[in-house]
Design a protein. Structure first.
Ligand SMILES: [Fe+2]
Length: 454
């Protein structure tokens, strides 16, 4: 697309630029009638030809809604109409640059960076929020996917918000942080389930780093300060503003959620995009996530396959740190039965790659890992079909862990088409129970969530 050799503008990374609605999608198998709600997914989808070097993280957010009701499926997709995208639509061309290429001259009335609203979408306080870690959330209407505008907790959210907030299963509180390249580098936030921001606390991490995710237990919020460092001063010299500085190592901080007290561990350099979960056991914090040995943000090669790791952080005086790789199959986009957020979990669901290492974020199967007994189950559709992040939906609110469905969107390169796969989680490697055909391909995106109908 656009005659570019950039891999993130070609194949199924290339944008789908039409918005639309489709009803009574073709279904192979049967959609469980208990699945009553919508899977919303979001990803980068540049509306105009990028004006400089394009990075995967730059594209305009497009929301894909898969609406399931009474065993039937509908689909709707819309751009998040950010101010930046609206300005570009008025101009009829791209105005903003991106991570790799900032234009030297911007129109006076525009901010220097676009809020791309492309990373995650959650249901929160009867709203949909499209999230982008460098800026504020956008609110969308759940049914129509119409963009309402910026949502900043009644002006109480002063800075950016991570795209990976967590819900506290005890009370529905939204736990999150924001990071920025100047002090305070990280701010911790808590909002109640009604949309009210009730706690803000700056955290001294000592270093301006890119921090994509965090993880929380009942009592702690855990931050990994990986050495992907903002060096804003590089911009003047025309160099990338993100630098990998392995000599700094990775520092792991656990904040006591009641007192704000921080405890730190020092580790070797590595990078984590996403965590599966964390919990407290026998005086330690157990953290599961996907680790890359390094991160290169200077181009479109991330450089290292992500692998599932576990960190055990001893909370005692002089507490030790144990790090271990728990699987040798490259896996990312870890998801949990989120009723267990912050508590001991057994299972994790990932997009994964089996075979010769593709070195990045191309996947050919989804996996379910047993984090207690070990072992992995696979779902592979063959034919180089490629899945995105798998989302777990419990059968009922009271059913046990892993009793439910796993939903994932797959791309078939031979047919240039996509489908929504529904698996019975307890028969993970078995025949999927439904394959829902979308009216056109759905570009590879980042994250999504299931929002049950009222
Ligand atoms: Fe993410």
């Amino acid at each position: 697309m656009w005659n570019s050799d950039n891999p993130f503008l070609n194949g199924n990374y290339a944008p789908w630029r039409e918005e639309g609605d489709a009803f009574d999608l073709e279904v192979e198998g049967e959609i469980p009638r208990e699945l009553n709600g919508a899977l919303y997914r979001i990803g980068p989808n540049p509306h105009f030809k990028p004006r400089g070097r394009y990075h995967w993280f730059d594209g305009d957010g497009m929301v894909h809604g898969f609406i399931l009701k009474d065993g039937r499926a509908a689909y709707r997709n819309r751009y998040v109409k950010t101010d930046g995208l609206r300005a570009e639509m008025s101009a009829g061309k791209a105005l903003f640059g991106g991570l790799l290429d900032q234009p030297t001259e911007m129109p006076q009335d525009l901010p220097p960076f676009k809020n791309a609203a492309n990373t995650n979408i959650i249901g929160y306080a009867n709203r949909l929020l499209a999230l982008y870690e460098a800026s504020s959330p956008h609110e969308l209407k759940p049914v129509t996917l119409e963009t309402v505008g910026i949502f900043n907790f009644a002006d109480k959210l002063a800075g950016p918000m991570t795209a990976h907030p967590k819900f506290d299963p005890a009370n529905g509180d939204l736990l999150f942080f924001g990071y920025q390249p100047f002090p305070p580098y990280v701010t911790w936030y808590r909002a109640d389930c009604g949309g009210n921001l009730i706690e803000s606390r700056p955290i001294d991490t000592g270093l301006p780093v890119m921090m994509h995710d965090f993880i929380a237990t009942d009592d702690y919020a855990i931050f990994f300060v990986c050495p992907s460092v903002f060096r804003i001063e590089n911009a003047a010299a025309g160099k990338p503003i993100m630098a990998w500085e392995p000599e700094l190592g990775t520092r792991i901080g656990a904040m006591n959620r009641k007192t704000g007290e921080l405890k730190w561990w020092q580790a070797e350099p590595f990078f984590v995009f996403h965590f599966l979960n964390a919990y407290e056991e026998n005086g330690s914090l157990i953290v599961d996530g996907c680790r890359m040995s390094a991160l290169d943000m200077t181009g479109n090669e991330f450089g290292n396959p992500p692998l599932p790791w576990r960190w055990t952080l001893n909370l005692g005086n002089g507490g030790s740190l144990k790090s271990e790789q728990v699987d040798d199959v490259s896996a990312e986009f870890p998801r949990l039965d989120e009723r267990l957020a912050g508590k001991k979990h057994r299972y994790g669901y990932f997009a994964a790659f089996r075979g010769d290492d593709d070195g990045g974020f191309g996947f050919n199967c989804v996996v379910k890992r047993d984090c207690v007994a070990g072992g992995t189950e696979y779902q592979d559709l063959g034919g180089n079909k490629a899945p995105g992040e798998p989302v777990f939906v419990p059968r009922t609110s009271g059913s046990p862990e892993d009793d439910g469905w796993v939903l994932s969107v797959w791309y078939d390169p031979a047919m240039d088409s996509s489908e929504l796969l529904i698996q019975d989680s307890r028969d993970f490697s078995g025949k999927p129970i439904a394959r829902i055909k979308t009216p056109h391909r759905v570009p590879f995106g980042f994250h999504g969530n299931w929002v049950p109908a009222e």
